[in-house]
Design a protein around this ligand. Structure first.
Ligand code: PSV
Ligand code: MN
Length: 402
């Protein structure tokens, strides 16, 4: 008879095989807050560096085959997307979701898709069409949309007019998606808009996606909720409606803090994954979800923070798969609240590291990707080379917007 440990391992190996998470190109570059930016020698300077770092993370973890790109930050004007796809392949990664940038240019001061000026709306749409074309050229499935649009003061603009402009633009964009592409609509309650963000919560993202067309789905960024909001309930609701498209994972204590996943509340992430596993168990098939990381690291070394996040995601995904759905259902049907809750707790506190160890060994991956990275000398070599290149390029350190 198989021991409990070996049956746990054999249960979890296929679960781990089915889990991949996308890393963000911007997580490898220098970022900061409006009070300052603390540069790191090893931070990526350009797209080639970001692709190298993403490839390195995948080589160590075996579960990050793709990297998200932000069009304006990563693509130079006129850059051939196919050449970028080839470079990615050389670096051991693939281009994943394409993120148009609809918030940085001066034209977007009063919004992009909700701007009262039709010319600005047309410009924003054109940038999205160009992003669709990039996605098509590199074979990306996802166009990932986040809008900074909103207003700062009561009375500033008609909330309903802005909503209607959004509906119109998203519908137009949906019509132009390439075959096989899905558009993800992300929401965020505030920042940079401080009074009324146009897509402020999952309900607004749901309605706008639904109206845009069948290939528009909601993207849940875990950092984009008010403290105390029940994120796993939102996830369960969207799953049940067939409207959950993907995640941007990060952790936060207050708002959109971009902290590494599970650093503040690992049980929250577990509960999100539990909703997904429970849906999968009921339907007999895993829903198609784009698992992505969206984090910017100000203090931690970028690659270490990314590795921590990926390993935490794998661990929590595995733990959540251990919930005994039959036992949970029995407890639920008996209104046995304590036993039901304990089923979740039991899985959460189970040590899944033996399964992760075997999974990594089977794939010839290091037993501990973070330790392996620290031993590899990658960061030191990148630090030397990139620090010199920064000097040569005249890129200066620091800066804030205060
Ligand atoms: C906005 O806060 C956001 O979550 C969007 O997903 C952006 O694309 C990303 O952060 C940029 O860091
Ligand atoms: Mn995000």
């Amino acid at each position: 008879m198989a021991s409990a440990a070996s049956s746990l391992i054999s249960r979890l190996l296929p679960v781990l095989d089915g889990f991949a998470i996308e890393v963000p190109s911007w997580g490898f570059a220098d970022t900061g807050t409006r009070f300052g930016k603390f540069v790191q020698d090893a931070a990526a300077i350009d797209l080639s560096d970001k692709l190298s770092d993403a490839g390195h993370v995948h080589a160590l973890t075996g579960c990050c085959p793709t990297v998200a790109v932000h069009v304006l930050w990563d693509f130079k004007p006129g850059q051939d997307p196919k050449a970028v796809a080839k470079l990615a392949e050389e670096k051991g990664t693939r281009i994943g979701s394409i993120n148009p940038n609809l918030f940085q240019d001066q034209e977007y001061k009063w919004g992009s898709f909700s701007n009262a000026d039709a010319a600005v709306r047309a410009r924003a749409l054109q940038h999205c069409y160009d992003s669709v074309a990039i996605g098509k050229a590199v074979g990306s499935e996802y166009l990932s949309l986040w809008f900074a649009d909103g207003t700062n003061y009561p009375g500033q603009e008609s909330i309903r007019a802005r909503k209607q402009r959004f509906e119109e633009a998203l519908k137009a964009l949906h019509k132009r998606l390439a075959p096989g592409q899905t558009m993800l609509v992300e929401y965020k309650p505030f920042e940079p808009a401080f009074y009324a963000t146009d897509i402020a919560d999952w309900g607004m993202a749901y309605v706008l996606s639904k109206k845009a067309g069948p290939r528009a789905k909601v993207l849940v960024d875990t950092g984009h909720h008010y403290s105390g909001q029940n994120i796993e309930q939102i996830v369960a609701f969207l799953l049940d409606e067939g409207m959950l498209g993907g995640f941007h994972f990060n952790d936060r204590r207050y708002a959109d803090d971009d902290l590494t996943l599970g650093s503040i509340d690992p049980y929250q992430v577990f509960r999100i994954f539990h909703e997904i596993h429970s849906f999968t168990a009921e339907r007999g098939e895993a829903p198609k979800i784009a698992y992505m990381i969206d984090q910017s690291h100000n203090e931690k070394p970028k690659i270490e923070a990314t590795l921590q996040t990926v390993m935490m995601a794998q661990e929590l995904f595995a733990k959540a798969a251990l919930v005994d759905h039959a036992a949970l259902l029995r407890a639920q049907q008996a209104q046995d609240v304590v036993s039901a809750e304990l089923e979740l707790k039991k899985a959460f506190f189970t040590d899944v590291s033996p399964a992760l160890k075997v999974w990594r060994k089977q794939k010839s991956l290091p037993a501990d990707p973070l330790v392996a990275h620290r031993k590899s000398g990658y960061a030191a070599a990148a630090g030397r080379e990139r620090a010199q290149r920064r000097k040569d390029l005249g890129i200066s350190a620091g800066g804030s917007y205060a």
